[in-house]
Design a protein around this ligand. Sequence first.
Ligand SMILES: Cc1cc2nc3c(=O)[nH]c(=O)nc-3n(C[C@H](O)[C@H](O)[C@H](O)COP(=O)(O)O)c2cc1C
Length: 191
Amino acid sequence: MGLGLLTDGINEVIATTWQNAAPMGLIYRNQVVRMAVFRGSHTAERIRQDGWVVANFIFDPLMYVKTAFEDLPPGEFLDEKAGGIPVQRLAGAEAWAAYQAVVERETDDALIVQLSLLKEVVCRSAIHPVNRGFNSIIEATVHATRFQKSREPRLHDLILHHAALVRRCGGARELEALDLLFTYLDFGNEE
Ligand SMILES: Cc1cc2nc3c(=O)[nH]c(=O)nc-3n(C[C@H](O)[C@H](O)[C@H](O)COP(=O)(O)O)c2cc1C
């Protein structure tokens, strides 16, 4: 199987499982696609239960923040068929790829899941100029999901570092996403 929509390395997508969405890294190395999914997440539970996952390619910073912290309403999901299996993808995806998901091994913290492509579809393709504000929303959100569990001061500082970049380089949507992130974290106007 060729590269398809994924690029070599880790692809930060929004993964959908049944009625659930969360940002996840799809690790593409040596022609194999894997995910490391933390135990206790809905994504891990659903993968174990249903054996599929969909990678949604989406460039809305707000969606990354929202799906990292809360559930989406049912209307945000669309039913599709991939390899004869009913799957769900995000209505707002610019492209999506559905995979059969098999748990390869388990560590103390995570399931290591191997993915096999069932179907991929490009719905619309737009150019996304590189924006450091968008990239920093992704970084800040990764750190925020870990900070929520550990309250590590180092992560707090990294979040504020990326927040400053969002304010400098982001557009209106990135600023909205940052506000939402700070609300979830219960941060005030910290600099
Ligand atoms: C960009 C980004 C990438 C992430 N990648 C992963 C990942 O590869 N594995 C994982 O378990 N969690 C990852 N997370 C954290 C999950 O999205 C987060 O724990 C989420 O709350 C899980 O939601 P769920 O319980 O609905 O599955 C990532 C978060 C972000 C923002």
